[in-house]
Structures are given as structure tokens and as C-alpha cells.
Design a protein around this ligand. Structure first.
Ligand code: GLN
Length: 453
């Protein structure tokens, strides 16, 4: 095995990608099914009255949203210790397995109604996601050799898996939780994760050396990489990554309005009548995932073609374009709030346009960032860097919550327009330094082409 040079024996190919990609695809699809399924019903469960037939905990909205904000932040913050454990002690492959087991147990425990079970379940899920999420993402990158242009596309395919999981979860777990019983919903999320664990376990032959602990490697290069300090090039690359993480915080701080402010906007201020029936507000929550599944590969293909033609398609450039497009999406929401002020309700198409642009932006930023990290991070810190990335998305999530709450004070129009203007200007500003940032990557993504073996 040789982790440092990326030379591995990935001979098995499926649909033009290493077969291992699909093992990780289905594992992560089920992991996200459990995560988003549970998340979809968490706040609803918290605020349901204790006296209802499908009884919840009877918390106030503020209490529920507060727990939700901390939970979604911690789930991603735990990616840092998850990354450290992988890089320093056991490798990504085993970390993902342990994370999966913790998640099955955590979601399983939530199926019980006692309070101890509720908190124990949440803690186990936070730990499980921390062990699994950053490390499975790093493994996707390890399926491709250095300079393989298929890597970005591979991450987009993986990202589509994430969103199939989230789409199915919002519908199925949401329904089971609300209609049959909250704890059945939580249990179902656990069954989903158990399926993911089975896929991962039986898919091991397709992963070969991917995700093994670098400390166990017998190759000369790997041993050398472990023992020497970082080179100047490696340090520069870490600096670019940290700067790109700033974009990540801004991006998720805006984008994650979806579950909060945009969700409430759909519920309270949007005219959802369509052909005589009222479209449920919660349906808008599955729009993003649906758009990603539909246009995911188109966006990836667009960028790959551009790159092959020699036009600018560096990761930093794509991420900036993504941030600007997503920010522009909020202008539709500014228009929606103006319409609301004039007419007392706003049309549904504003939300649809906004979600659509948010997703085009997301596809140019999120899978690209994952791929970028696997190209730039020093091998011995690969998982830690991925962990820091997810921690930044966690901070973005928390920021989104705070921003959303401030809408009650400043009004939606101000918040939506403020988000749009800030994202666009911030994106354009960093664009001015794009070349400098690209230079700091020291050619990490130049000369990419298809490498099949
Ligand atoms: N929606 C993506 C996922 O669930 C991205 C989340 C994130 O980066 N925080 O993986």
C-alpha cells in the first residue's frame, strides 16, 4: 500500500468510477437517511404536547429551536475528534465502521420513550456522525489518484447519494414519525443506518487499501511522510484550505435558512394554493434534495468540460461562483417579501426559484470543497482537515439559526436582501485574490485528466 503517492490497486470500475465509490455512496446515503430522518421529526417531537396521542415532550418553540441549533452544531463539531482518531490512531476505514455502529445504537435507543434514552441517543448520534461523516468523505478522495479529473465528479455522485438519503428520509421518516409515532420514526432511522452498515461491511473488498491507517503502512514514502515536518508547499496548501473555510461558514450561514426562516416563510407568508389544494409547507423542504438529484451531474459536467477546455475552473473559482449564485437566490426572497407587503401573501414560485439557485450554488461549492480538501490536505492530516471543514459547516448552521431569529426584529426583507448582498460582495471581493490563492495551491489541481488505473 502507498497512501502518500495515491498509488493503489483500484481496478474494479463501475459506470466509469471505482466500484468502491458506490459502496461509500450507499453507506452515506443510509447514514444521511438516518440523520435527516431524525432531524426532520426532532423539533416536531420536542414541541408536541405530552397529552397528545402521539405524545412529545411538550417543550416551547424557543426551547426546541435552541436544542436543535446546538445539536446540529455539535454533530458537525465532533468531526474534529473523529478526524483526529482516524489520522492518529485507527485510520478512516475503522472509524467509519465504529461511527456506523454508534449511529445504529443511538437511533435505536431513541426508539425508547424514556428521557434517559432521549439524551443518550442524541449523544451517541453526535459521536457517531463525528466518526463517520468526515472519514467517509476522505475515503471518497482516496479512490482516485492524484490528478484524476474524475475526482470532482465522483464527489458529486457521492453528494447525490447524500441527497437521495435526505429526500427519502424527509418523506418516509417524516410520515412514520408524525402519523404512526415519533419513536417509530426514530427507530426507522436506526434501521436505515443498519442497512448502511451492512453495505459498508460487505463492500469492503471494493475498498482495498482505501482508508487504512497510514501508521500501519509498510511503504517507504508513507513512513517518511509520517516522520518529517510539513514542507513549505504543504503549509501553503493548508493556508488556502483555511481561507476557503471562511467561504464555507458564510455559505452555510446563508444556505441553512432553508430549514428555519425559509421554512417558516413557506408556512406563514406564502400562498400555497395550487389547483384547488394547499401544498404542505414541509414539501418545500425536500425541494433542495430533489434539485440536487436532478441537476447534480449536469453541474459537475459543466465544470469538467470547462476545465478540459483550459478555462478557469479551479476549486476556489467554482466555490466563489457557488457562493455568489446561492446569494443571488435570496434576491428572489426579497422580491417575495415585497410582494407580501403589497398583497398580503407571496407566490410559491419565489421560493422555488430561490431553492433552485441555492442548489446550483451548493453543487458548485459543497462537493467541490470536499474534493478540494482531499487534493490539498497533507496526507497525515487528511481526516483532520476534513473534520475542520465539517466543523465550519456546523458553525455556519448555528449562524444561520441566529440570523433567522433576527428576522423577527429586522423583518424578512432586510434579512433576505442583506444575505444576498453580503454573499455576492464577499464572493466578488475574494474573487480579486483568486489568482493569489490559486498560486498557493502549487499546482495541486492543474493538469487533471482521466486516470483509470
Ligand atoms: N447536505 C450536506 C450533507 O448532509 C452538507 C452538509 C454540510 O456540509 N454541513 O452532507
Amino acid at each position: 500500500m502507498n497512501i502518500a503517492t495515491g498509488k493503489k490497486l483500484i481496478k474494479n470500475q463501475l459506470f466509469g468510477h471505482p466500484t468502491g465509490l458506490f459502496v461509500l455512496f450507499f453507506t452515506e446515503m443510509w447514514e444521511r437517511f438516518s440523520y435527516y430522518g431524525m432531524r426532520a421529526i426532532l423539533t416536531l417531537y420536542l414541541v408536541s404536547k405530552t397529552t397528545e396521542a402521539n405524545s412529545g415532550l411538550g417543550w416551547s418553540h424557543t426551547e426546541a429551536l435552541e436544542l436543535y441549533g446546538w445539536y446540529t452544531m455539535f454533530v458537525y463539531l465532533m468531526s474534529i475528534p473523529g478526524g483526529i482518531i482516524a489520522d492518529k490512531f485507527i485510520g478512516q476505514k475503522k472509524s467509519v465502521l465504529i461511527g456506523g455502529i454508534l449511529l445504529v445504537i443511538g437511533h435505536g435507543i431513541l426508539a425508547y420513550t424514556e428521557m434517559w434514552a432521549f439524551y443518550t441517543g442524541l449523544v451517541l448520534i453526535v459521536l457517531g456522525v463525528g466518526m463517520l461523516k468526515p472519514n467517509i468523505s476522505t475515503m471518497v478522495g482516496s479512490l482516485y489518484q492524484k490528478g484524476d479529473i474524475r475526482r470532482d465528479k465522483g464527489f458529486t455522485i457521492f453528494y447525490i447519494g447524500i441527497n437521495i438519503g435526505s429526500f427519502l428520509a424527509s418523506i418516509i421518516v417524516g410520515y412514520v414519525g408524525e402519523v404512526i409515532g415519533w419513536h417509530y420514526g426514530f427507530g426507522l432511522a436506526g434501521i436505515g443506518m443498519a442497512l448502511g452498515l451492512l453495505v459498508y461491511y460487505f463492500g469492503q473488498p471494493y475498498l482495498q487499501d482505501v482508508g487504512n491507517f497510514i501508521g500501519d503502512s509498510t511503504s517507504k514514502e508513507d513512513k517518511e511522510v509520517l516522520n518529517r515536518p510539513l514542507t513549505k508547499i504543504e503549509k501553503d496548501r493548508v493556508i488556502v484550505l483555511f481561507i476557503s473555510f471562511l467561504l464555507v461558514i458564510v455559505f452555510w450561514g446563508a444556505y441553512e435558512q432553508a430549514g428555519g426562516l425559509l421554512n417558516l416563510y413557506a408556512l406563514e407568508k406564502t400562498n400555497r394554493m395550487f389547483m384547488g389544494m394547499e401544498v404542505p409547507a414541509s414539501w418545500f423542504q425536500s425541494l433542495s434534495a430533489l434539485f440536487i438529484i436532478i441537476i447534480g451531474t449536469t453541474v459537475a459536467r459543466f465544470w469538467a468540460k470547462r476545465k478540459l477546455k483550459g478555462k478557469n475552473a479551479s476549486s476556489i473559482f467554482k466555490m466563489l461562483v457557488g457562493l455568489i449564485i446561492m446569494g443571488a437566490g435570496f434576491l428572489f426572497m426579497s422580491a417575495a417579501s415585497l410582494q407580501f407587503e403589497e398583497e398580503g401573501s407571496s407566490a410559491m414560485y419565489w421560493l422555488i426559484f430561490a431553492y433552485f439557485l441555492n442548489v446550483v450554488g451548493e453543487l458548485s461549492l459543497s462537493p467541490v470543497a470536499l474534493s478540494f480538501i482531499t487534493k490539498l490536505a497533507p496526507v497525515k492530516y487528511a481526516s483532520i482537515m476534513m473534520g475542520v471543514y465539517f466543523a465550519m459547516t456546523g458553525i455556519g448552521n448555528k449562524l444561520a439559526g441566529l440570523l433567522g431569529e433576527s428576522a423577527s426584529q429586522y423583518g424578512e426583507f432586510t434579512i433576505f436582501t442583506g444575505i444576498a448582498v453580503f454573499c455576492i460582495l464577499f464572493g466578488l471581493l475574494v474573487m480579486l485574490f483568486r489568482k493569489k490563492l490559486h498560486d498557493l495551491t502549487h499546482g495541486a489541481e492543474d493538469d487533471e485528466h482521466i486516470i483509470l488505473e
